[in-house]
Write a protein that binds this ligand. Structure first.
Ligand code: ADP
Ligand code: MG
Length: 697
């Protein structure tokens, strides 16, 4: 292992430095220009770039290339083509043309399209996204691409994300220009995703079909120990896990991912990795790579990584905190409150814009994190509730209060402020523990969206955030650009905006029951499940938002609705099938055999003349027999339900059936099975228990 990090960092990335070094000066300049201005690439430059890329990739041992894209499955897709090209009889050369770099045509008919691409015109194409660098992974040159249909519809998660970044760039620029920052020419959103995951021993994993098919345990009684001792969080990292993390960091660094922080998480066998933040599209690509390598490297170390939001009942699940801000090309973080009155005011306007966006588009933020897996977390006592709200911290809350009351802001130990010449108090940087219960928290110079699930792509989440905030900034800029007296108009607008939208601000305990009631009084949405949340994507308000910001067309939004609903139904169908099969083929027969032993022993005792009415065998057999029957009946009912769902005519009916019938039936099957596990001889239990999985590393 090469521990010289500065040397290996980015060695597998065709990054700016590599391009500068390897491309003819003119080509490099032209390429930069086309990237910065978002122009189409001309054939001549494309050929030169392709050639340099190929030479570089072959030197690094690559034999294949692929257009790497992010279809609606939420994971990445690749189809490898080797560089070989015939060159006379029996001869090949390694070739890579500009046209192969710019455009690819994977057979796309099997990717989810939500009806956008009828199979007879199944072809979609991938187009190089030169804002994200090519890289080498497992001997393959990967070219990050967007994936579209021939009718121009986005079939992936990346295209709307790029469009949303463009939308927010445009509107945020208008705001900074209002404050006289004419030197700012681009504004990029930035993201640092904190990724949680579990590790389990691979041999144990292979013995559990629920983990293999569903990524989570569908059965399993809690181990005698869980996370109650709080001895895992930030604890010393076990040698085996440390070796895995070292390996993971190496691979990520080589790919230019700035892996920075790693630690044990709250639950046993749970961990976190966080990179240093970067531009959103890059952060999205890199988070996909991080998830892929967590799994790959775990395998190398005889383990399996679980990215599922809730692999185990009874202990914490895994999320992905999406830290979000905006940066200018001049290096300023726009959510940094700043030191001067003008910086403060600009910050307050961005803050007002975000408060407005989050209030007006609560539904979209909620549904951007809605998945079957995340339904187990949100609203439970470990993750933010399913209600969207913003945490500002007390200091900022006081400032907002003062603005709404049209009063000067001041307190004994803080600088005096009035809005005309505002000086914000020094806002303390976040002290994390105090706001863990908030789904969307201001943490000093960025917002932390804490609801996303651990296995989700962050593309959709950030598309929604960017689009909603772009819209709100646009409306604010519209009101200020024509103003005769800018400061008076700004004052008025801040006041109005906070008054209208401050219901979304909540600085209390988001886990409390009082909050649920309070939120209801405030008229905030509480969309508990995916089936409740997803339909909101199709509301006229949201379609108008996406269309107006040129992020998605109506057809694209509608197709995404179909895909999200189908994904929900399909995932739960797989879980139901897995449960039925595990119950029928593993649990029920195992318990039945175990009962035979008890019965034999009971008979033997009776034959020996012992008559113990409340013997271990007698009472266990009784309990076990009752539970076994209950489990059997529940498995039969679920077996029927999983077939019924398939024949329902519409996706809405399917989703409702899953939520109202199938999930309760799954619970009804799990319960007696878990109780059986507790009273059954562990030698007879057909798969590894929670104890082994969680403490077996
Ligand atoms: P924690 O949330 O645990 O307190 P940190 O404050 O260190 O952790 O930050 C968490 C993540 O936030 C890191 O990935 C970090 O790079 C990212 N982050 C910091 N500043 C920004 C920013 N301006 N924009 C986006 N992400 C950021
Ligand atoms: Mg955090």
């Amino acid at each position: 292992m090469n521990t010289n990090v500065t040397e290996i960092f980015g060695e597998n990335v065709f990054d700016d430095a590599t391009m500068r070094e390897r491309l003819p000066k003119e080509t490099y300049k032209e390429l930069k220009k086309t990237i910065d201005l978002g122009l189409p690439l001309n054939r001549k430059i494309a050929n030169a770039v392709a050639h340099a890329m190929k030479v570089w990739a072959i030197e690094k041992g690559a034999t294949h290339f692929t257009h790497w894209f992010q279809p609606m499955t939420g994971i990445t897709a690749e189809k490898h083509d080797s560089f070989i090209t015939p060159d006379g009889p029996g001869q090949v050369i390694m070739a890579f043309q500009g046209k192969e770099l710019i455009k690819g045509e994977p057979d796309a008919s099997s990717f989810p399209s939500g009806g956008l691409r009828a199979t007879f015109e199944a072809r979609g194409y991938t187009a190089w996204d030169p804002t994200s660098n090519a890289f080498i992974k497992e001997g393959v040159l990967c070219i990050p691409t967007a994936f579209c249909s021939y009718t121009g519809h986005a079939l992936d998660k990346k295209t709307p994300l790029l469009r949303s970044m463009e939308a927010i760039n445009k509107q945020a620029l208008r705001i900074v220009h209002l404050f006289g920052n004419e030197d700012v020419t681009t504004i990029r959103t930035t993201v640092g995703p904190e990724q949680e995951y579990f590790l389990v021993d691979r041999d144990l994993y292979n013995q559990r079909r629920d983990l293999i098919y569903a990524g989570r345990t569908l059965f399993g009684a809690m181990a005698p120990k869980g996370q109650e001792m709080e001895d895992h969080y930030f604890g010393t990292i076990k040698t085996r896990v440390k070796a895995f993390m070292d390996d993971l960091n190496q691979e990520l660094w080589k790919l230019g991912v700035m892996a920075k922080t790693q630690h044990n998480e709250v639950a046993p066998a749970q961990f976190e990795i966080a990179p240093i933040f970067t531009t959103t599209n890059l952060a999205t690509d890199q988070n996909q790579l991080t998830m892929e390598f967590i799994q790959r490297i775990a395998h190398r170390h005889g383990m399996a990584a679980l990215l599922h939001e809730k692999p185990f009942d009874g202990i914490n699940g895994s999320g992905k905190h999406n830290n979000w801000s905006m940066s200018t090309n001049t290096g300023a973080n726009l959510l940094e409150p700043g030191d001067t009155p003008y910086e403060n005011l600009q910050f307050l306007l961005f803050l007002a814009g975000i408060v407005k966006a989050v209030d007006e588009h609560q539904d979209l933020l909620r549904l951007s994190v809605a998945t079957a897996g995340n339904d187990h977390r949100l609203g439970a006592n470990e993750a933010p509730p399913a209600i969207i709200s913003i945490f500002t911290g007390d200091e900022l809350a006081e400032v907002i209060e003062a603005i709404m009351r049209d009063e000067n802001y001041g307190s004994k130990d803080k600088a005096f402020m009035n809005i005309g010449a505002a000086v914000l108090p020094n806002l303390p940087m976040d002290t994390t523990d105090r706001n863990r219960t908030s789904p969307f928290a201001f943490t000093g110079n960025k917002f932390e969206f804490r609801m996303p699930g651990s296995s989700q792509s962050i593309a959709g989440i950030n598309t929604v955030l960017n689009a909603a905030i772009a819209q709100s900034l646009e409306e604010l800029a519209d009101q200020l650009e024509g103003a005769q007296d800018f400061e008076a108009a700004l004052h008025q607008l801040l006041r109005e905006t906070f008054i209208k939208h401050s219901r979304i601000i909540f600085n209390g305990n988001g886990y409390s029951d009082e909050w649920v009631e309070e939120a209801e009084r405030r008229g905030l949405l509480n969309l508990k499940t995916t089936a409740d949340a997803v339909p909101y994507i199709k509301s006229e308000k949201n379609i108008a938002l996406f269309e107006h910001q040129h992020v998605m067309t109506r057809e694209e939004v509608e197709s995404r609705y179909e895909i999200l609903m189908e994904e929900y139904v399909n995932l739960l169908h797989i879980e139901a099938c897995t449960m039925v099969s595990m119950a029928r083929k593993e649990i029920l027969p195992a318990v039945s055999k175990s009962q035979k032993q008890l019965a034999d022993s009971l008979i033997a005792k009776k034959q020996a003349g012992l008559n113990l009415p409340e013997s271990y065998e007698q009472s266990t057999l009784e309990k076990s027999a009752v539970l076994l029957n209950e489990a059997y009946k529940a498995s039969e009912a679920l077996a029927v339900a999983k077939e019924e769902v398939l024949i329902l005519p519409t996706i809405e009916e399917k989703a409702a059936f899953v939520k109202d019938v199938m999930i309760p039936e799954m619970d009804a099957l799990r319960k007696p099975c878990d109780e059986l596990e507790i009273i059954t001889d562990s030698n007879d239990w057909p798969f590894p228990t929670y104890g082994k999985l969680l403490f077996g590393l």
